[in-house]
Design a protein around this ligand. Structure first.
Ligand SMILES: [Zn+2]
Length: 244
């Protein structure tokens, strides 16, 4: 088990862990649905950890607590079970079947590709073999992402920052554009879908009356050059200028 997670092996245990974490102050649950990953001869495999019924129980418990469930889900069938269960977002989403993508469109469940972490691992591998493995996985992911964009599923933006330095994660938007999305679509995925995933819809993510006045300015036009978002020169948070 990963050191940043709590263990749960049944519906009862999942609910128990969620209640305990909620009492300790958590406002969101992320479930490791898949792993360990392998890519053999171009075929991606990742075992699922929970059935659809178990994930659905987690989603129901989260609803009772006024929150939502996200999943670490790299591929099938875990990604399908997550979509069927009605999670709020599918993180990593490297491999999505046609049926999973259909459900994600129908239920407005965004995929969060997290290219930044895959690119980081490919560039900072400890050995030549690891570099080859990470690069192959990134390339597989890019090819699948192009199919996902063509299928018209919703996306949100997340980088899995932590292993690489905080403050550099805006590179995720650059990578999403490089691998097939239009800059405007990436900004909408980040701001509008991001607000929905966080449960802040109607409060952040858009410039509208009644919303928090959270504004950034960048030198240049991100619709023409998305890397402009990596050079933030002005920040207003809740109507207060914090960087100028
Ligand atoms: Zn994850």
């Amino acid at each position: 088990m990963l050191s940043n997670a709590d263990y749960a092996n049944s519906i009862d245990q999942i609910v128990e862990v969620m209640r305990e974490q909620h009492k300790e102050g958590s406002d969101f649950a992320k479930i490791y649905e898949t792993g360990k990953d392998s890519l053999v001869d171009g075929e991606f495999h990742t075992p699922y950890q929970y059935t659809e019924a178990q994930l659905a129980a987690a989603v129901e418990e989260a609803r009772r607590l006024g929150t939502t469930v996200g999943v670490h889900a790299m591929g099938e069938p875990g990604t399908l079970y997550a979509a069927q269960a009605g999670v709020v977002a599918i993180d990593h989403a490297t491999q999505l079947s046609d049926e999973t993508m259909r459900l994600m469109k129908e239920k407005h469940i965004p995929a969060v590709p997290t290219f930044a972490i895959f690119a980081y691992f490919a560039e900072h591998a400890g050995s030549a073999a690891a570099a080859a493995r990470e690069t192959a996985l990134l390339n597989y992911k890019i090819a699948e992402f192009k199919k996902q964009v063509a299928a018209g599923i919703p996306f949100a933006v997340g980088s899995d920052v932590g292993p690489f330095p905080h403050g550099t994660q805006a590179v995720e938007m650059e990578l999403m554009v490089r691998y097939g999305m239009k800059p405007l679509a990436v900004l909408q995925a980040d701001l509008i879908n991001g607000a929905k995933v966080l449960g802040w819809e109607g409060q952040i993510g858009e410039l509208k009356p009644g919303y928090f006045a959270d504004v950034i300015a960048v030198p240049g036009n991100p619709l023409e050059d998305i890397t402009a978002v990596e050079r933030v020169s002005f920040v207003m948070k809740g109507g207060k200028v914090v960087r100028q």
